[in-house]
Design a protein around this ligand. Sequence first.
Ligand SMILES: Cc1cc2nc3c(=O)[nH]c(=O)nc-3n(C[C@H](O)[C@H](O)[C@H](O)COP(=O)(O)OP(=O)(O)OC[C@H]3O[C@@H](n4cnc5c(N)ncnc54)[C@H](O)[C@@H]3O)c2cc1C
Ligand code: SF4
Length: 584
Amino acid sequence: MESEVNLTKTYDAIVIGSGAAGGMAAHVLTSHGLQVLLLEAGKKLPIEKELRSMEWPYDNPYRGSLPPDQHSLTFNEYTIRNPPYGAGFEKAKHLRSYVGNTDYLKNIVVDERDNPFTGTNYAWVRARCLGGKTNIWGRLALRLSDYDFKAKSRDGYGEDWPISYSDIAPYYDKVDLYLGITGVKENLPHLPDSIFQRPTKLNCAEVTLKDSLAKMGRVLTQYRAGVTTDGLKHNKYRSRCYGRGACERKGGCDIHAAFDSSTGLIYPAMDTGNLALRTNAVVREITIDPQTGNASGVHFIDNQTMKDYAVHAKVVVVAASTLESARLLLLSKSRLHPNGLANSSGHVGHNFCEHIMGPGVAGRAKNLVGKPPTLDDGRPGGFYLTRFRNLAEKNPKFIRGYGFEGGGGSTMFPRGTDAHGFGAAFKEEVRKNQGAFIGMGAFGEVLARYENYVDLDPVVKDKWGIPALRFHYKFGDNEHRMAEDMKETAQEMFEAAGFEIVRVNSRVLTEGWSIHELGTARMGSDPKTSVLNQFQQSHDVKNLFVVDGSAFVNASCQNPTWTIMSLCWRSCDYLADEMKKGNL
Ligand SMILES: Cc1cc2nc3c(=O)[nH]c(=O)nc-3n(C[C@H](O)[C@H](O)[C@H](O)COP(=O)(O)OP(=O)(O)OC[C@H]3O[C@@H](n4cnc5c(N)ncnc54)[C@H](O)[C@@H]3O)c2cc1C
Ligand code: SF4
C-alpha cells in the first residue's frame, strides 16, 4: 500500500509520525485536498499476523509470553537500574519496555537498546511502526472538560488552556462519528458525553459497585472505548466489535473494531490519492530556510539502509508523540533557532506531565463465589469510575483529581483469586473464585511543572547516531498525597459495596507507566511562556505545527488520545484554511 515518494517535489505538508496525531493530520489535510507526505520511523508490519487476536495460549509456543532471547523490563528493573538499560541484560538479544512482555507485541514496541534514553527513571513505552501506539492502546476514550481547560481559574495552579470546551466540542463530535466510540451518557459536567454507539454491559459485580457508589454520589459508567460496536459504513478497513474477548489479552484488535491509526485514518487518507507514505523514515532534523527562518522540510535517515534524505514542504506538521516531538524540536538547532526550533520561550521539553498510577484494589463479590462461569471478557473494557475529588469540594491534601479503570468477572486468564496450594484442590479454588473477582486501579493527574523536563543527552546516541533524550522528571508531593487518597478511597468503596478485599496495591508505579506523556510544547496565548498557539502552530515559526500531546497545558486525569485527535483535527482545519488564504 506504500506509495512512491517524490523527493524532488515540494509537498504542501510533511507529517512526521503515523500514530493517533499523525494519522489524524494525514486524514484531515488530505480531505482538504492538500498533497501530504507522511513519514514514519518504523515499518509497516503485517499487523494482523502480529496481533493474532484469536490465538489461544496453548496454540502459541510460548503460551503468549516472549521468546527466551527477549526480555521485558520489570518494575524493579526500572526502579533499581539506571537508564539506558544496557549492561546486566546480556542474555536478552532484545530488550523491551514493560508493555512488550508478550509474543504479540514484541515487534511493535521498540528495542530499548537501539532506542536508549538517560536520566531519571522512566518507563518509556514506544511503538515504532505504522500506527504507533494506537496498534496496542487500551482504547479508553474520554473527553476533557472546562474543569481541565480552566483548571487554573479553579485552583490557581499552572496555566489555563487558550481554549474552552466549547471550542473543541464540535471536533470531539467529529472524532466520535468518524472513528466510533462505545459508552453510556451520564450528563456529567466534568466528563462530557460522546456520541456513543451501542454500549457494552456491566456484569453483576460491577452493577453492585455502581449502585453502591451512587449512594456516595460517585459515578461508575461503562468503559468508554474507542471501538466501533455498530460498525462504520464509511470505513471498509474496520469491522464492528463482535466481542471476541481478545481485548482482555492486552494487544491490538486484528479486525480493527478498536481504533488504530492505520485502518481508521491512514488507509482512508491514501484512498483520496493525496497521501504519500514513507515508512522506515527516521526524521532527525526539521530544516529551515536561512532567509526567513521558516521550516523548509526535513532530513530523514532510512531505518534499514542508514541513508540520509532531504525532503521539502510548505508546512511541517510534527506528530512523533510528545517526547519524540520535543526531541526533534531540540535536535533542530540552527543559527536562527539556537535553542532548538520553536523554542524562543525555552519551554520546549518542559512542563512535561502525565498520569500517576499504581494504587488500586482487588476484591471478591462473595455472592458470586462458586457460581457457574459467565463470559465477561467479550467486551473492550469493564468500567470507568469518574473523578470525584476537587469538583464541588476542595480537598485539603491535594489539588486536581483521579479516576479508576476496572473490571470484574470471568476472563480467559483467572484474575485475583489469591488461591494457594497445588493440584486439583488449587484448580478447584481458582474455578470457584475467579468469576467473583473485581478490581480497579487509579489514574491521577500529575501537575505540569517547569522543573519536570527532557533535554538531549550530550553523549548517548541511538542506533541512527541521533542524540538520545535525557529525563529530569519526578512525581511531586501533590501526586504522592493523591496516591495515598486513591488507596484509601479504593478500599472504602469496595468495603461499602460489600466486597471482600483480596489485595490492596499501595505501590506507586514508575514514572511513565501510564503511557500518557504530555505537555512538552504547551499551547498558550503568551509566546514567552508557551510554544504553540491555540491551533498548535509555533509562535516562532508560522509554518510549523506540533499536533500531538506535546501541546497539552495540563494532563487532567482523563486518558488523552481522543483529545489529541480532536485538537489535531481543529488545528489541521485551521492550517488548511490558512493555506487557502495564502498565509502559509
Ligand atoms: C499499552 C497502551 C495502552 C494505552 N491505553 C490508552 C488508553 O486507554 N486511552 C488513551 O487515551 N491512551 C492510551 N494509550 C496512549 C495512546 O496510545 C497515545 O496517547 C497515542 O497513541 C498518542 O498518539 P501519538 O500520535 O502522539 O503517538 P504514537 O501513537 O506513539 O505515534 C507516534 C509515531 O511517530 C513515530 N515517530 C517517532 N519519532 C519519529 C521520527 N523521528 N521520525 C518519524 N517518525 C517518528 C513513531 O514511530 C510512531 O509511529 C495507551 C498506550 C499504550 C502503549
Ligand atoms: S472485544 Fe471487540 S474490540 Fe476487543 S479484540 Fe475483540 S473484536 Fe476487537
